[in-house]
Design a protein. Structure first.
Length: 62
C-alpha cells in the first residue's frame, strides 16, 4: 500500500501509515455525512416554515 507524505513544514516530512490513512478517510466520510444530515434537516425545517428560534436552536446543537 502506498504511503502518503504530509508536509507540515518545508523541512520536515512524515509518512502516513496505512491504518492512519484509513482512519483519516473514515473520519472524513463520517464528518461529511454528519454535516450533510444537518444541512438537510435545516433545509427541510426552513421549507416547512419552522419558527426561527427553533431553527436556530437546532442549528446550534446539531
Amino acid at each position: 500500500m502506498k504511503q502518503r507524505i504530509f508536509n507540515r513544514t518545508k523541512s520536515s516530512q512524515r509518512y502516513e501509515k496505512p491504518f492512519e490513512e484509513h482512519l483519516r478517510n473514515e473520519t472524513a466520510h463520517r464528518v461529511h455525512s454528519l454535516k450533510q444530515r444537518i444541512i438537510d434537516d435545516l433545509w427541510e425545517m426552513n421549507n416547512n416554515g419552522t419558527p426561527y428560534p427553533i431553527w436556530v436552536e437546532r442549528a446550534q446543537i446539531a
